[in-house]
Design a protein around this ligand. Sequence first.
Ligand code: SF4
Length: 496
Amino acid sequence: MAIKGVITKRLYVKFTRCRRSARYEANQPEAAKLSLTVIQRKEETRELARLAAALFPGGEVVGSRADDFAVLNALSDRTKELLSRGTTVYDGVLLTRNFSCVFDVAVPSDDGVNFYVVKCATAPSENYIRELAYLAHVAKGCDIKVCKLSLIVTDPHYTLGKQIKESALLRKIDLTKRVARYADKVAKNCEELASFVQKNDMPPAELCANCERQFGCEYFNACFGKWLDKPSLFTLHGVDSATRYRLFAEGKVSMDDLRENAHLLKPRTAALIKLYGENAVKVDQKDLKKFLSGLWYPLCFLDFESLQSALPRYRGTRPLESVPFQYSLHIVQKEGEAPVHTGYLAKEGEDAREIIAKRLAEEIPQNACILAFGKFLECKVLGQLAQMFPDVRAKLSAARNNVRDIGAVFANDTVYYGQSLGSRSLKTIYRCVDPDGAHGYEVGAVHNGADAMATYLLLPYMSEKEKEERRNALWEYCKLDTLSMITILEDIKKRV
Ligand code: SF4
């Protein structure tokens, strides 16, 4: 919890990116809407920081969480005292005036203190370098001589064996020289920030790259929420970033505004607005017939959920490798027959690859046609599982060859629904075909693939009741993905 009047590393970084986000952070932090992905990455970073401590044995944990100034001050004093005695500190905090900065490891040496910050990443970014520059500034304010400033990230080439080998998994990257270039800038920013926090004015919302960068700004809903649940500039696809930012700045956001200013858009995007207004569905009969004639029965609808974690969790996997933990499969044996559903959701922490491989080899009927939406992940996972498990290799390889992509029908504009406003996602297409059914994507805690992955990885941090609710949400979400493909196929069949 932020302490009123205290400037943190987080507030500093926000200030350098968007003054409005810094104002929210300082005065209205409750307006933040953190995505499940961001929450999960924070937990993963904590896990990595615990592993990083093993690289520097013999230190002491100070702790950096404080909800009042006195506690924060005491933690900072303890950090300084240990460092001055030559003791390594884990999870420490420094405070000078009202500027505070946390770090993961600090190792004193004859030449000064070496600071390390752990990140859930495989490479440094400019943002991380800014954070280190702020840490150097705060350390200087505390009269600490900084020797080195480094990031600790995971090595993407590391492969997990029987157990984690910290020295092989974690990579220290010395960024001292790159950080030094920011020194003057940090001092100036900190001066401005000190007077900024004294005020209350809220700068206007300006749509720009900072709003959308990486996982998006957590104040996006607070800034633009009124536009997000209706067709607008925010839901229209095919507008390049620069045009979008300009249109927003000029107040051209609603569908009426966009219709009136269609001449400012590319002809293709302007056409999307026209098709939206007419509620039109465009069909390329030749291509659609070709696609449908390439399907056969038994017909399966398959969807995987997979996790990508900076911290490899299963033997033989690398950081950020895609590992399946769930699938949903609907099987229609003959045309006109009702689909039968099956699937699997891994238990918490379970390496389910073998179970998934064996179940799929048994459940997918021989020579079945398999439909996936954007078949890349499904083909990749089936191929990986086939490689890993020789007993089912032939069956899974055959299944992989029989995957057809229903998403291509929309990616290639073979069928175009005017209401989609250019989006080709499964959820949007389903919403165009069955608005009531698509409401299922809104309920529950899992709304997209990123939510599914984060939810699965967050299970160990939940209460038993919450776990049960979230596992049910995962099951229903994945099932809805394959059900929606069935509904979409029925709809496009009627259009030939
Ligand atoms: S959404 Fe954009 S304008 Fe709003 S606070 Fe975040 S970065 Fe600033």
